[in-house]
Each structure stands twice: as structure tokens, then as C-alpha cells.
Design a protein around this ligand. Structure first.
Ligand code: GDP
Ligand code: MG
Length: 375
């Protein structure tokens, strides 16, 4: 106590009138953290075995599946290699599920719908995996908490597996991770994959590019909503579901459904041979849910028979292949130190009108290629 000092702004006339005092600091605080540091030191014999993970995933062991997903989601370079090895050995066991994308504005009822629909599918003996592509999750923790509580029943169901959005990694990170997680879930025997996304920015197009059926969940009051809705998203859907068709909302919901149907009728179908329609359902009463499942089965039967289903999967693989290449090229170029130095100089010259744009582009590419070749 004797070492405690009064702060320097204390009234010198009446120092005891000021209750606070300054304590002398502890000098070796660093050692206090040793115990917690040790928790992160890798213990011997804990190396990840791909064979072990593969066997576990194929048996549908949830702990192994979760471990595999963590590997896929990791941003560490050595995990990346291991994850790719795991995915490659599991590849023959993937692809057998029905992949359904579910989009809609926040509050449309996506999570509640997934809870009801997923639980219904489980009751039919299906195994259901729920994944999320949420571009906002890296910023504010996203809807993870909300979703977990809304999907309470489903998250306790032994036939279901729920995985929240991966946090953003490198360029296209969320996209890649969700896609690869989907493959792991398929290898673990899940028959239905539900991919939830908040309808903002590019996420609808991203989810569309990884699913077989793309569903848009909407609310009643289509008049306003339709005006605000980008026509673009309507062109991506295989079906529109007017949710919350219960209580007083039932009549407006039916009206909304016919408005959407009318619009869909004039749009070019995204899936050849399949006419996108509007439906109603209530995620609270469960009304309309079995009918939606019937419709989805009809979709998969029709498109598998016509070959459209398999064609889309092949095209998605091709697009994914090129988009990964583009991502890598983008990184290689923009992260190159020489490019980083040269770009602002050229940018200034171009903006000042001292150099033609084509010439500036050629210059930076030549410099880039030289630096890559001499590596
Ligand atoms: N009456 C009714 N309310 C619903 C229905 N589906 C969702 N809700 C409510 O709508 C709100 C938003 O739902 P939520 O699932 O979180 O929407 P999300 O943001 O699209 O995932 C919640 O308060 C739900 O209880 C439904 O079918 N009927
Ligand atoms: Mg939600």
C-alpha cells in the first residue's frame, strides 16, 4: 500500500479527498500466459491421418466429418494440402445427394423453413446436411447464432448435420469451403444438402453455381417486394416459395403466389425442361412442406431422365475449375511485389494521360512475366 501513488491531477491542497491511487505494475506478466500458450503447442502423435479421416467420414462419423470440414476451412497452407488429399480420396463417394439452395431476404423465414423442411425429410428417413453461405458472417458473426436457435429441433436430430458459414479466407474462400464441405457431407452419406444464403450481393449467383435446385423464399406483399427485387434473381430460380402462408396471412400469400407465378411464366427457365413455379407454405404449421418435397422429387426425376441434371453438374465443375484458376491468377498477379510497386506508377501515368492504357497494361504484364520466369 505504501507504494501506491496519487495520480498527478490530484488537488495538492487536499490529496486525501481523492480516493483513487496508482498501483505499481507487475513486472513479469508474460509468464502468466505460459500455461495457456502450452494449450496450442501441438502434441506428439496428433498428426492428422487422412486414412483415418476417410474411414470415419465414409462411416458417417460426425466427429470425423467435423474434423474434415475444419481441415477444409483452415487457412493454413499445410492444412490446405491435407484437405485436398482427403477430398481427392473421397471424390468417388461424392455427388449422390440432391443439392438445394435456399435464398431470401433476412426475415423471409429461411432458417425456420429449413428447420421444418429438414425435420420433415429426416422423418422420411433422409439424412440432411445444412450449410450456409453468408457473406456477412465474416463481418459481424452473421446469422450463425440466430440459425442455431431457429434450428433447435433439427440440430438435435441424429439424421441432420448443421454447419454455419465458414469465415472468409482468401479470394473466393467462402465459396470454395462451402463447396468442399458439401462434398465431405456427401461422402458421409447425406442425401439432401440444403445451402442457405442471405440474398445480398453475389451470394445468390454463387449458391446457384453449386446446387441442383435453387429456391427463393419470399414474403407476402409481392407488390412492393417485386418492384424492389432485382429481376436477375428471378431468372436464377427453379421455384419460389411464399412462406408464412398461415393465419391472416394465408389469403395475401395465395395472392402473392399467383403474382409470382405470372412473372415466372414470362421468364426463360434456368433449368431446361423445368418450368419454375410459385408455391406457398408455412414453416410454422408445416402446411405445404410435403408438397414441396414432392415437387423436388419430380424435379430430380425429370432432370435426371433428360440428362439436364448431370449436364448441370458437369458444367458446374467446369466453371468451378476456371473460377479457381482465375482466382489463383488474380492472386499471383496482384500479390506480386514488382507488380505492386509498378501499378501505382503506371496508374498515375495513365490518369495523367502520359501513357496509353494498352501500353501500360503491356508494360506491367511484361514485368510480371519476367519476374515469374526468373523465379
Ligand atoms: N407465421 C409465420 N412466421 C414465420 C414463418 N417462418 C418464419 N417465421 C418467423 O419469421 C421470422 C424470421 O424467420 P427466420 O427463419 O429467422 O428468417 P431468415 O432470416 O430468413 O432465416 C421469425 O420470427 C420466424 O418465427 C412461418 O411460416 N409463419
Ligand atoms: Mg436465417
Amino acid at each position: 500500500m505504501s507504494e501506491d501513488k496519487k495520480p498527478e491531477w490530484v488537488d495538492l491542497e487536499n490529496p486525501e479527498g481523492f480516493a483513487s491511487s496508482i498501483k505499481k505494475g507487475v513486472e513479469i506478466a508474460a509468464n502468466h500466459n505460459q500455461a495457456s500458450k502450452n494449450r496450442f503447442v501441438k502434441k506428439k502423435g496428433q498428426e492428422i491421418s487422412i486414412e483415418d479421416l476417410k474411414a470415419g467420414v465414409l462411416k458417417g462419423e460426425r466427429a470425423k466429418l467435423a474434423k474434415g470440414i475444419t481441415l477444409v476451412e483452415s487457412n493454413a497452407a499445410h492444412h490446405f494440402e491435407l484437405a485436398q488429399e482427403l477430398l481427392q480420396t473421397l471424390l468417388p463417394y461424392t455427388g449422390k445427394s440432391l443439392r438445394i439452395g435456399i435464398s431470401g431476404v433476412p426475415g423471409a423465414g429461411k432458417s425456420t423453413f429449413i428447420e421444418a423442411f429438414g425435420t420433415y425429410l429426416c422423418s422420411l428417413g433422409k439424412k440432411v446436411a445444412v450449410l450456409a453461405v453468408d457473406p456477412s458472417s465474416s463481418v459481424n458473426g452473421g446469422s450463425i447464432l440466430g440459425d442455431k436457435t431457429r434450428m433447435e429441433e433439427l440440430s438435435r436430430n441424429p439424421r441432420a448435420f448443421i454447419r454455419p458459414s465458414p469465415s472468409e479466407g482468401t479470394f473466393g474462400g467462402v465459396h470454395r469451403k462451402t463447396r468442399e464441405t458439401m462434398l465431405l457431407c456427401e461422402a458421409a452419406g447425406f442425401d439432401i444438402i440444403l445451402v442457405e444464403t442471405v440474398g445480398v450481393g453475389q451470394s445468390e449467383a454463387i449458391v446457384r453455381s453449386m446446387v441442383d435446385f435453387f429456391m427463393l423464399l419470399v414474403l407476402t406483399g409481392a407488390g412492393d417486394e417485386l418492384q424492389g427485387m432485382k429481376k436477375g434473381i428471378m431468372e436464377l430460380v427453379d421455384g419460389i416459395v411464399v412462406n408464412k402462408a398461415d393465419g391472416d396471412n394465408l389469403t395475401p400469400a395465395l395472392r402473392t403466389k399467383s403474382e409470382y407465378s405470372r412473372i415466372l411464366h414470362f421468364l426463360q427457365p434456368i433449368t431446361k425442361g423445368w418450368m419454375a413455379k410459385a408455391y406457398t407454405c408455412s414453416s410454422v404449421t408445416g402446411k405445404g412442406i410435403p408438397e414441396l418435397w414432392e415437387m423436388l422429387q419430380e424435379f430430380s426425376n425429370t432432370t435426371e431422365l433428360s440428362g439436364v441434371f448431370q449436364d448441370r453438374r458437369r458444367m458446374q465443375s467446369k466453371e468451378w475449375f476456371y473460377s479457381l484458376i482465375e482466382g489463383q491468377l488474380h492472386q499471383l498477379f496482384y500479390k506480386n511485389n514488382i507488380v505492386k510497386q509498378l501499378l501505382p506508377i503506371l496508374e498515375n501515368q495513365v490518369m495523367a494521360g502520359n501513357k496509353t492504357i494498352t501500353k501500360a497494361v503491356q508494360e506491367v504484364f511484361h514485368t510480371f512475366l519476367d519476374s515469374v520466369n526468373t523465379k
